[in-house]
Unconditional design. Sequence first.
Length: 425
Amino acid sequence: MAVTDGGAARVGSRACDDARMSRRGTRDRTPASTLLDPLGQPWPETGPPRRIAVLGSTGSIGRQTLEVADWLGAEVTALAAGRDVDGLLAQVERFRPALVSCAPEVADRVRAGLPVHTRLVPGAEGAREVATADVDSVVAAIPGFRGLGSVRAALAAGRHVALATKEAMVCAGPLVWREARAAGGRLTPVDSEHAGLYQALVGEAWEGVATLVLTASGGPFREGPADLSRVTPEQALRHPTWQMGPKVTIDSATLFNKGLEVIEASVLFDVELERIEVVVHPESIVHALVRFHDGSVKAQLGPHDMRLPILYALAAPERPSVPLAPLPLTGTLSFFAPDLGRFPCLALAYEAGRRGGTAPLVLNAADEVAVEAFVAGRLRFDAIPDVLERTLAAVPAADLSWDVLDEIDAAARSAAAEAVTAVAS
Ligand code: MG
């Protein structure tokens, strides 16, 4: 179903009208929050994007973004993928983008399957070209630290970035924000918890906000087994509620994903780490909550379907109707405190966030190495936090700058590889 912007343009234009009215002085008080989004950015005046570029198009978020693009009737003009040749070519066939990128090692196979009007630029250079394509919105969904370069390029080109690559905020958040502010780029969160916070904060003044609360499903091992040392990659990849890529699924099982999200929320919303709470909520229906100083709590609920946060990240503040069944409001919602003893990765993320500078970058690199080793059968599940802790101790935190990122990331990866060898032996 294609959704036209006919009826949906109202909310955005109302915000604009308020702006004009207040400038004319016909209203005494216009709350700033009707002009600015919860991140302090002007709401878009043009409605949902008409043209979209997707970084990481063949991954889980990328594929769901293309469904959302269909809902919006948006044109998909540029796609960056990795090594999934068949997946990329099927998307090209369906969406006819003008530009695509892929991993250099599969470029010949991709080129052979492309129609004449689609241009191919392989590798990181291609991802940057896709990131800076002439579009209204760029969905950034290349997972991991390697997704950062194209996020930076898109913001430096003044694009709106719907951000799924949480590592960009975790590893270089303050730099990413500076880039966005300097070039007039705009950011909206795709991560479901952050999209939930973003929605719960619309219309609220920051002075009233006490804490931000992220929910965690608790992963597949919330209730057992008591001994996590024998957990296999197959078990850890079986997430109870969300369908996601392999790295984030393992990170959900260790609660490290929630740790990344705590840091992401702190940097994205510019709120101290101590004011970010985590609550385990196995049903994954409440995505986030905001506690206010008056004791009130505002929650955002929705089915666990990533297409909804993607849609809001693209279309906010508008809410186009979509072809999904309404959320059933029967059943039970439960909430528990996280078990930090059983899942130390969450506590380690708070620790890295408190140290600041490059510490979150180091922790992220350590986890990417540890999860790869676990999936390859070279590291026990319950040894992942040991690798994180050892790496954090081995690589001293430095001040954050674009110049040091690659160097510190590489140092952290080699320290983490040594830690894997040490704890596995
Ligand atoms: Mg999330």
